[in-house]
Design a protein around this ligand. Sequence first.
Ligand code: CMC
Length: 430
Amino acid sequence: MSTETSKITLGDENFELPILVGTEGERAIDISKFRGSTGYITLDDGYANTGATLSGITYIDGEKGVLRYRGYSIEEIAERCDYTETAYLLIYGELPSGDELEEFRRNIRMHSLLHEGMKTIFAGFPPDAHPMAILSSVVGALAIYCPDALEPSNPQHMELAIYRMLAKMPTIAAFSYKQSIGQPFIYPRNDLNYCQNFLRMMFGVPSEEYVADPDFVDALNLLLILHADHGQNCSTSTVRMVGSSTVNLYSSVSAGICALWGALHGGANEACINMLEEIHAAGGRLGKYIDRAKDPNDDYRLMGFGHRVYKNYDPRAKIIKEICHRLMKKHGMENSIFELAQELEEVALSDSYFIERKLYPNVDFYSGIIYSLMGIPKQMFTVLFALGRLPGWIAHWREMHLAPGGMKIHRPRQLYTGSAQRKFVPLIKR
Ligand code: CMC
């Protein structure tokens, strides 16, 4: 990749480490043989400076606010692709031809039903169960119901598992909502597109015909695309970590869903609306909340603000904010929470605390507002993030398994700081 090396001196000894250069000129010091030759490990709490893999899926320049899927800018993908086309691009690396896309969609449609036995799993959950917990449990259970596609090393299993995952996730997501409100499950309809079908399964009832609002279908399509991949984020790294043991795709994705749920990751969209509603209910005065977010002795944070990689405006947040404006104008809606969110953004972006730390609105800041406009309940926001992120998880899992040099189990080291060896004290003497 490059003939450059870096030199490191440890005591009296000098070591050379290879330098790898990425497509866009990013540089990495290859430390894979570092411990073997020096006896040292490297330490990087939170992996903020650790490249875990080579990957050809998504490029992010956090300083400039650039995001590209397989080389195409997110702005162009968002404008010109639909979600299944984006999924194909991420998973297989190229934009599909018309025939390839049709076949991909047909394969997904063929697998959208769940085994009838799976309905009993939903029935066992209490009505107030969080849909993210249901989603991860039922996706995990796919490994029980799909025993014929568990082996990542078998190409047919891999393809079948990918179609099944993409096809069944919307059905599981919608069923988890129906279960929570006590309505009958609405089965998928294969003549509808991915987003129309999902909205019908969410909002349809057996007693009436349901036709999704085309503006909401478009908005959902866009939101899913914007969430589809984002490099080695927490949930994708989890999918890779779990998948590196060679476990099946369903189990790997189920683990990714659990990682996404947390409020510092995908759960921030739900946490953000809760925060905005709390500020609104308290009279909309921002000062107290901004002060708390800035206070080093208070762990309160502005939800939907800040990002590990973006030190500039998140390009996805920019697009989502525009859709909010467009939808509201078209539907003649007013939304005091959206007004408040914009005010909060303005105040934060002119405050030196946020300026110095380069904290901008992220993808989760405005997405919940659109979901609310569409009638989607708060608890389902992170489920929609999961639905959107699914092609990225699959693409990374597949890329890892097909890596030219083979796959290694992920197994970081640690610097042990516990007790030194000591003598065991029998219970009677403690
Ligand atoms: N509000 C107030 N202060 C913040 C915030 C925030 N939202 N985010 C970061 N900071 C401060 C933080 O206190 C620290 O200050 P100091 O240097 O004085 O100690 C500094 O900014 C750097 O923060 P960090 O925690 O070291 O940054 P990180 O890269 O580890 O964390 C983050 C990134 C996204 C977890 C964090 O910005 C955060 O907690 N944001 C709120 C939750 C959120 O919106 N999450 C969604 C992330 S985007 C989509 C996704 O991944 O799902």
